[in-house]
Design a binder for this molecule. Structure first.
Ligand code: 5GP
Length: 164
């Protein structure tokens, strides 16, 4: 389509609350929220508060980039969480978007044999995603601009002396 889906911080606040409500209505009460850094950290924080879950874990996943190249598969970066922390737990994986779904599949597969149950919550899910998340706030096939990554990183300002 070529269009853009723009999410503001204000609208994100609504989204994460509505996502949590859907999870609560479904009767899923996670013991652990597992966030996929970095975008999923924002989602996990909001969901954990709204669901009154005090246990947040984090996994860093990136598509491996070589010299100007991106490989097919995402990889988990160190430190990889200890699966013992998820043993017999009800886990909720939180991320910002399932696009190809490869990132979510990696994390979900990592959990599967250890946990009592694992479900996934995302703000956005695209139609091509190979993982169908249990909880989705909005479906789109557009490129999404998230409030935390729409701007470039800040750079150190040069110290200008502003005296007259
Ligand atoms: P995957 O393709 O594995 O489902 O998504 C991997 C990651 O790519 C996402 O967690 C996200 O960081 C990034 N990504 C995928 N689609 C979009 C998008 O539409 N907008 C932004 N900002 N990031 C995206």
């Amino acid at each position: 389509s070529g269009g853009r889906e723009r999410l503001s911080y204000e609208r994100f606040g609504v989204a994460v609350r509505e996502l949590a409500q859907a999870i609560a209505d479904d009767g899923y009460r996670p013991d652990v929220v597992l966030s996929i850094a970095r975008g999923g950290v924002f989602v996990a924080g909001g969901l954990a508060y709204a669901l009154d879950c005090k246990n947040i874990h984090l996994v860093n996943v990136e598509f491996y980039t070589g010299v100007g190249t991106t490989l097919e598969m995402p990889v988990m970066l160190a430190p990889v969480p200890n699966r013992i922390d998820f043993t017999d737990k009800k886990v909720l994986i939180a991320d910002d978007v399932a696009d190809t779904g490869k990132t979510l599949k990696l994390v979900r597969d990592f959990c599967l044999d250890a946990v009592a149950e694992v479900r996934s919550a995302v703000v956005y899910e695209k139609s091509q995603s190979l993982v169908k998340c249990e909880y989705v706030w909005k479906r789109t096939d557009e490129w999404i601009e998230f409030p935390w990554s729409v701007q470039p990183p800040v750079v150190k300002r040069t110290g200008q002396v502003l005296d007259a």
